[in-house]
Design a protein. Structure first.
Length: 251
């Protein structure tokens, strides 16, 4: 029942009160009536609103680009969004290789509480402004925390957002020989504070083409990447159209 559904007449019947007789004519001009009834209604309304606020579940938010709003496209985007959340919270690039985590990500539709679509205006490789559709999903934080706890990780936490104009780049990552290598490379990119979003575009041989949305300067990010010894920069300006840098996963 909502606070707006409370009926004054109904409450008056359930909690009757008698107006006291005025002691003199002067006191009787205004009458006393059930002066406490409005206070009771406010108290009941406050209680109902407080209960609703406590019951609202907390969520973990994840995003993924999507081609359209079809069920098939949404199903794939939900998995990508949940994988982003899991890697961000765990801080482990190899967590997606665990069977229990992989199964949970595959069933992302069971953990999502709500989702919406957002249009982003971005710049493509040719320098033209294009509109991109992004799915924003809110996942049940309790369910995600339980899944992470079962895998030996503590839930909670979030990546730090950087307030800067986003730039989009494509990098070629080589040295990807297994699913563990793939998870390690993508997990490392997800944990980078400057990387707002990342997703694979294509795979060939031992490499993958990854699209990045970065906050800030791309050259600065490339300079910081090598310090962690996870990825090594081979070329910051390769002579290949559509690839802004080539990197390799360290063994």
């Amino acid at each position: 029942m909502r606070a707006s559904d409370i009926d004054v007449a109904t409450c008056a019947k359930r909690f009757p009160c008698r107006a006291r007789e005025p002691r003199n004519a002067e006191a009787g001009k205004g009458g006393s009536g059930c002066r406490w009834l409005p206070i009771m209604l406010l108290w009941l309304a406050a209680g109902l609103l407080a209960t609703a606020a406590v019951a609202a579940p907390t969520t973990y938010s994840g995003e993924a680009p999507v081609a359209n709003q079809s069920e098939a496209a949404r199903a794939g985007a939900l998995k990508t969004a949940l994988a982003e959340v899991v890697m961000r919270l765990s801080g482990d690039p190899g967590i997606l290789a665990r069977s229990e985590v992989a199964n949970a990500v595959a069933g992302a539709d069971k953990l999502v509480l709500q989702y919406r679509y957002r249009r982003d205006n971005v710049t493509d490789d040719a320098g033209a402004s294009v509109s991109r559709l992004v799915l924003v999903a809110e996942f049940d934080s309790d369910a995600v925390d339980r899944m992470l706890a079962g895998a030996g990780f503590a839930g909670g936490g979030a990546s730090v957002a950087i307030d800067a104009t986003p730039v989009e780049k494509r990098i070629w990552l080589s040295g990807i020989h297994s699913a563990a290598d793939y998870a390690r490379a993508l997990g490392y990119l997800t944990r980078q504070a400057q990387v707002r979003r990342s997703w694979p575009v294509e795979a060939r041989g031992d490499g993958i083409l990854v699209h990045l949305v970065l906050a800030g300067d791309f050259s600065r990010w490339l300079g910081l990447v090598g310090t962690d010894m996870v990825l090594q920069v081979n070329s910051a300006s390769p002579p290949v159209q559509g690839i802004d840098a080539t990197l390799a996963l360290s063994p």
